[in-house]
Structures are given as structure tokens and as C-alpha cells.
Design a protein around this ligand. Structure first.
Ligand code: LFR
Length: 501
């Protein structure tokens, strides 16, 4: 076999991976080369990335890939979740640890930001949703803590930019991930001077963002020696924001059209639900509903909302593990399927679920607080969380349709969460639309397809998506008319009304 191989480095909430991908006429063939854990590191005062450990694992993965594929490896590129970054001093040394966005230092910082620049001014400039985790508030938190790091920093790199620098020796800011900072101007695609100034963030830390597909040249000599990869291997920047890569790999037959009739849910720890557009939506309604306009590939915009996602059930599982029960997903879903439907509904995006010590207890607490039956066992808790998530999808779909002014025919679900077949069926039922689920490995596939485009092997996103449509793991879930979804939905709306100030 001689088809070229592209390597994707993909760092996710629980694990990091190096994958090899071949792009041929029959689709994208993926192989996982190396997997390692990537949880945050709790230092007591700070929750941080183990970034240097990750880099070591990545080079291990690259060495293995070199051993397997030799000279066939053409390129490599990295993606991770958004918002997290590294600062370098004038000698290119890292300043402090790389902070994790779930660290508590940004609590309350958004309100302080609004004293400097109003909510609507920030929205009009950036088009971004307001989340405490955004880089803008992480940097402002440093300013407010009077961190000396900000004073001696010379360079700001998002985590994938840092990895690309290690891979290639070049320092750039990639556009899709830069757009998650809430520091980019939504019109120009460049850093927003008024926002940086208002938050006292030095402008010289940033360079004009480069677009996905950009080639940074060959891997460094040091990396070549260490991994035995060929010196000709190129570093090609994908959509380095994982969600940007995942949405590239939606098996749709259109790209950034004026009137998309499909929406997506990129489904993992978070559920990112939205549409792909050619232009941002900057209306008052968009700001009120707190939707975001994130930068995508080839100038596309992802109008979407962050939904808490599988976080709640993942954390339940962790808690039960701590209590001595290492239950598999399959077992838990089986229990859930035997539990009564729509016993109780929770608002998955309630702050109660952000970072509780005991997630199953938090679910019960929400039910108690709202006068509903309290789920009595793990099956009932999982069922409640998944049904509630599907109801959030329905709500978000209604907001989306309101914002774009027409209805969606299909929901594409991509990402690891798609393996949860119960959730896919619930999503179809709750929303009353067919769900096209898959591919599971959307992020890695999107990363690799962008490298294939950047290296000239493919000519367009449409061509890339045609190959994704050949994926074997795409399953359609038709909505079932039965169920108590209307009843559950009415409850969710009640909670939201009650929570309004
Ligand atoms: C998903 C994701 C979301 C972003 C969140 C935090 O992995 O990248 O798009 O809002 O993580 O960065």
C-alpha cells in the first residue's frame, strides 16, 4: 500500500491520542496509534494541564507511527478543546503552568469584565457566547490577581499552537481556536484591540491568526531524531479547535449554505448544538439566547450553544466507581432502559451540575428541589439525565430555528457520544426529527481531512464530506411518536421560567 498517511494528535477531556489516517476514494481509514490519559492535574490551589507529560506521550505516539508507516507519513496536526493557552517569556520559556479551564479562578470574573466593557459591546465585537471559561476571562482573572506573568509575557499560544510550535519550530495563532477566546473581532477575524485594551491584555502577545490548512513547514530536526519520522513530514494546521474539526466531518451534502436545513450536535463531554453558516448572526436575540458564532473552516461560522452534554452521566459513573462499582456504559444503559420513562426532569445546564462533589446526589437534589419524584437507583438517574439532555436538545433546536428563521430537517450527531444509542434515539424522539448519527471519530477525521486539503490531496470541504458520507458507522434514528416528551418539555420550560430573575 502506498497511500499517504496523515497523523492527528487529538487531546480530549479524558484521553489524548495519536491517530493515523489514510484518505482514499473509499473514505477515511483511521487507526489509533497511541492513547494516554489527559485529565486535569489538581495542584490544590490550581487545576492545570499536564502539558509536558502530554507532549512526551505525543512524541511516543509519533515514534510508533514512524515505526509502522515509515516514509508514508506526510503530515501531522493537533487539536484540543478551546479556550486554554500557554504564555511564553522573551526567551520562549513557558510562564507558569498551563491552566485548565475548569479551574475556579474565573468565578465571578465575567461581572468584573462587564464593568470595563458592557455585555452587548463585547458581544457586538466578538459574536461569542458568554462563558466564564473563555480565555478572555481567564486572562482578565490573571490581571485581577496581579499575576506577574502577564507583565513579562511575550507570546500567547493556544495549546495546539504550542504543540505545533514544538512540532515545527513555528509560532502561530490558529484561527478557529483563537475565535474561542472571545478576544477576536468577529468581522475582521483578527484580535480585537478594544477588548484587549479594556482587559489590559498586551496586544503584542498575539499574531494575526492563520487559517486551517496552513502549512508550517517540516518537523524540526530534533523531533525527527527523536521519533525517526522522515524530515519531509509537514506540520499542517487543522481546525485546531476540536469542535471545528468535528463539524468539518459532518456527513452533510452542503457546506456553509445560506439556508442550511440540517443542524449538528457534536457530542462528547459537551454537546455543541448548532448550524453552520456563511455569516455570523449578531442580533439582539442571539445575544439574549447566549448563542455563539465560532470560527470554522474556510470562513464558515458555527452558530451554536454549549450544552452540558454527557458530563453528568460521566461524573455519575466516576462517583459510583469511587463507591466501588465499576459499571460499564452498557450495563448502565441497560438499567436505564428498564427504568420508567420521564419520571423526573432536570435542567442539565443548571449550575448545580457544573462541578458537584457527588453527581448522582446533585441529580436527586434537583428533583427534590423541584418537587419531583427522586430517582431511586443508578438506572433511573441515568435515564433522567439522558432524557433531560434530549429535552435540552429540543429547546436548543427551537432557539436555533428562531434565530435562523426556518426549520431543520435533520440533526447530525457526531463524536464519541454517538456510541450511546439510547441518547441518539432520545434526541430523535424529543426533537421529532431524524438523527443521522456518526461518525464517532469526527474530530480526528476532520483533523485529517483538513491536512489532506492543506497538502493538496483534496480540493474542498465538499469533497472531504463526500468521503465522510462513505463512513460505515453512520446510523439513522427515526423519531418515534410515542413517549412523554411533551410533558417533559413543559417541565423543563417551567424550570427555566422559574429560574429567570
Ligand atoms: C469541546 C469544546 C467546546 C468548548 C469547550 C471548552 O471539547 O472544545 O467547543 O466550548 O470544549 O473549550
Amino acid at each position: 500500500e502506498t497511500s499517504p498517511v496523515h497523523l492527528a494528535v487529538d487531546l480530549g477531556a479524558s484521553s489524548g491520542r495519536v491517530l493515523a489516517g489514510k484518505v482514499t476514494e473509499t473514505g477515511v481509514q483511521l487507526e489509533e496509534i497511541h492513547r494516554f490519559s489527559n485529565g486535569g492535574l489538581d495542584l490544590g490551589k490550581r487545576l492545570v494541564w499536564n502539558l509536558l507529560g502530554q507532549w512526551e506521550q505525543i512524541t511516543e505516539g509519533l515514534s510508533r507511527a514512524a515505526g509502522i508507516y515509515g516514509k508514508r507519513v506526510r503530515s501531522v496536526g493537533a487539536d484540543t478543546w478551546g479556550v486554554d493557552y500557554v504564555l511564553l517569556d522573551r526567551q520562549n520559556d513557558m510562564l507558569g503552568p498551563c491552566m485548565h479551564y475548569r479551574d475556579g479562578r474565573t468565578a465571578g470574573v465575567m461581572e468584573k469584565a462587564f464593568q470595563r466593557l458592557s455585555r452587548s459591546e463585547i458581544f457586538r465585537a466578538t459574536g461569542l457566547q458568554f462563558m466564564e471559561i473563555n480565555t478572555a476571562y481567564q486572562l482578565l482573572a490573571m490581571r485581577l490577581e496581579e499575576s506577574p506573568q502577564l507583565d513579562i509575557a511575550e507570546r500567547f499560544l493556544m495549546v495546539p499552537d504550542f504543540l505545533h510550535w514544538q512540532l515545527s519550530g513555528e509560532q502561530v495563532n490558529e484561527f478557529t481556536n483563537a475565535s474561542t477566546t472571545q478576544l477576536l473581532d468577529v468581522q475582521s477575524g483578527n484580535w480585537s484591540r478594544p477588548i484587549l485594551d479594556a482587559f489590559e491584555i498586551p496586544t503584542h502577545l498575539f499574531s494575526e491568526p492563520v487559517q486551517p490548512g496552513h502549512c508550517l513547514g517540516n518537523i524540526t530536526r530534533a523531533l525527527q531524531m527523536r521519533t525517526r519520522l522522515d524530515r519531509s513530514v509537514e506540520v499542517i494546521v487543522p481546525a485546531t479547535h476540536d469542535t471545528g474539526s468535528a463539524v468539518l466531518a459532518v456527513p452533510a451534502d452542503s457546506f456553509a449554505s445560506e439556508n442550511p436545513d440540517w443542524c449538528y450536535i457534536s457530542c462528547g463531554t459537551w454537546s455543541l448544538m448548532g448550524v453552520e453558516l456563511a455569516r455570523p448572526v449578531l442580533s439582539e436575540a442571539c445575544q439574549l439566547l447566549n448563542f455563539t458564532n465560532e470560527g470554522g473552516v474556510n470562513g464558515s461560522v458555527r452558530l451554536l450553544k454549549n450544552i452540558a452534554g454527557l458530563w453528568i452521566v460521566q461524573q455519575c459513573r466516576e462517583q459510583w466507581k469511587r463507591e466501588g462499582h465499576d459499571w460499564s456504559w452498557e450495563h448502565l444503559l441497560n438499567l436505564a432502559s428498564q427504568s420508567p420513562a420521564m419520571l423526573s426532569v432536570v435542567d442539565t445546564d443548571d449550575s448545580l451540575f457544573l462541578a458537584p462533589d457527588n453527581m448522582p446526589e446533585a441529580v436527586c437534589e434537583f428533583c427534590r428541589r423541584t418537587g419531583q419524584p427522586v430517582p431511586q437507583d443508578p438506572g433511573a438517574i441515568v435515564r433522567c439525565a439522558l432524557e433531560s439532555l434530549a429535552l435540552r436538545y429540543r429547546l436548543t433546536l427551537s432557539y436555533l430555528e428562531q434565530l435562523v428563521g426556518h426549520s431543520m430537517k435533520t440533526i447530525h450527531m457526531v463524536g464519541g457520544g454517538v456510541q450511546n444509542r439510547m441518547l441518539c434515539q432520545f434526541a430523535a424522539d424529543a426533537c421529532g426529527r431524524p438523527v443521522v448519527a456518526g461518525p464517532v471519530e469526527a474530530t480526528a477525521i476532520g483533523n485529517i481531512l483538513m491536512q489532506a486539503i492543506g497538502s493538496g490531496q483534496l480540493s474542498s470541504i465538499q469533497e472531504a464530506r463526500r468521503l465522510v458520507r462513505l463512513a460505515k458507522d453512520i446510523v439513522v434514528y427515526e423519531p418515534q411518536p410515542a413517549g412523554r416528551w411533551d410533558e417533559g418539555y413543559a417541565k423543563l420550560q417551567q424550570f427555566l421560567l422559574a429560574a429567570k430573575p
